[in-house]
Design a protein around this ligand. Structure first.
Ligand SMILES: Cc1cc2nc3c(=O)[nH]c(=O)nc-3n(C[C@H](O)[C@H](O)[C@H](O)COP(=O)(O)OP(=O)(O)OC[C@H]3O[C@@H](n4cnc5c(N)ncnc54)[C@H](O)[C@@H]3O)c2cc1C
Length: 364
């Protein structure tokens, strides 16, 4: 391979969704992935929630692409047998300042075009979820769960059926502008170094998307923000039916430790949000179980400390540093034919089909 039309760097949910969207038998498209298989990065370490689009400021890409992606994902999942469930979600308020916070969230969600939102009082909450204690709640019935691996498999199958090539165990080391577009220098686990040229490059390298962008003249810096999870045992299946979130805190790096229910009915708490040094550390400290208990027992009064166990972790690629205000996704053609997707944190999974459509319509 000496020259290709498009190179996508990174085979996570974003790179795969873009490959599926762009694939055409007359285009040569290569996806380069440093790991032995697709989907081993951020995309396999998240909450798998199909978000509705409540939290993001009006006019932001996060708001626009989350709301669009929510509808697209349910449609893709239903048509293609991808396991998913529209569980619904309650954001609960325990005092008057939290009630104010969920009312603001309600207004923001409505402005963003989120449908099927309602504010509930204590009696309505008890009727919907008897074990939950709260003074008020915002209910979003369009929030749900999806099997991320099945979704990525679907995007990959779509792409491969139209002659896209996925090349794993191949790390992009260096990139230079050349007469045919971009010269890409790589290291393959088995074959060693090779380089080739590509007319266009799409950088969907997740936690390394800033490094890749900077190889082509960008000036980005990602902050790694870890999210730990704890599993829950000893609680009767079906006792809680919906995802339960606390009221949001302004400029917080995450959505607050919350309760999710995976597609097998298992309950999970998390993720929290801790800025860490730049390395992929997925250990969860034993002490997280008692910390999560303290956070969650206010709105999940049935939990006991012995129900909660340290589990998995994920790392957010954040453009927003500690205590900084909201930062949007970056999706930009920073140099001719070089498209960067940087800071694709939550709601990146939900937004993935809408991000892919955006990239196709704007840049290619
Ligand atoms: C804790 C947590 C919870 C989340 N929860 C949700 C949620 O509930 N709902 C939601 O919508 N979103 C959620 N997200 C966000 C969502 O998971 C991400 O936005 C999405 O998975 C990002 O996908 P990606 O393809 O950009 O990154 P990745 O999946 O990380 O893919 C990037 C790929 O690039 C490869 N790569 C990197 N550098 C190179 C290189 N030099 N050469 C070749 N390959 C390279 C990596 O190996 C990786 O496979 C969450 C994220 C986190 C961290």
């Amino acid at each position: 391979m000496e020259h290709v039309d498009i190179t996508i760097i990174g085979a996570g949910v974003i790179g795969l969704a873009i490959a599926a969207e762009l694939a055409r038998p007359d285009l040569s498209i290569f996806i380069l992935e440093k790991n032995p298989a697709h989907g081993g990065g951020i995309s396999s370490r998240n909450s798998e929630v199909i978000h509705a689009g409540l939290y993001y400021p009006g006019g932001s890409l996060k708001a626009e692409l989350c709301v669009a992606g929510n509808r697209m994902l349910y449609d893709i999942a239903a048509r293609n047998g991808i396991p998913h469930q529209k569980t619904g979600k309650l954001i609960v308020a325990m005092n008057s300042s939290e009630i104010e916070a969920i009312e603001k969230l309600h207004e923001n969600g409505c402005r963003n075009g989120v449908k099927n939102l309602s504010l509930l009082n204590k009696r309505q909450i008890e009727k919907m979820e008897p074990p939950i204690q709260a003074r008020a709640a915002l209910y979003s019935s369009d929030t749900g769960m999806i099997d991320t691996h099945a979704l990525m498999h679907y995007f990959l199958k779509q792409a491969l059926s139209k002659k896209v090539n996925l090349v794993c165990r191949t790390q992009v080391l260096h990139i230079e502008k050349d007469i045919n577009g971009w010269r890409i220098y790589t290291l393959n686990d088995k074959e060693g170094n090779f380089d080739y040229s590509s007319q266009a490059v799409i950088n969907a390298a997740g936690l390394s998307s800033d490094t890749i962008a900077n190889l082509a003249g960008g000036h980005y810096q990602l902050h790694y923000c870890k999210g730990d999870y704890c599993s829950i045992s000893g609680i009767r299946r079906g006792m809680v039916q919906r995802l339960i979130y606390p009221a949001p805190v302004e400029n917080h790096a995450g959505l607050g430790v919350h309760l999710t229910i995976d597609l097998n009915g298992r309950l999970k708490l998390g993720p929290d949000a801790t800025y860490i040094e730049r390395r992929e550390d997925y250990q969860v400290a034993a002490g997280k179980a008692s910390l999560f208990y303290e956070h969650a027992r206010k709105f999940l009064p049935f939990l006991k400390p012995e129900n909660i166990h340290p589990d998995m972790a994920g790392i957010r690629p954040k453009l927003q540093g500690p205590n900084e205000a909201f930062h949007d996704f970056v999706m930009r053609e920073d140099a001719p034919g070089f498209v960067n997707l940087v800071g694709i944190e939550s709601p990146g999974l939900t937004a993935s089909p809408a991000i892919a459509r955006y990239v196709k319509e704007r840049f290619l």
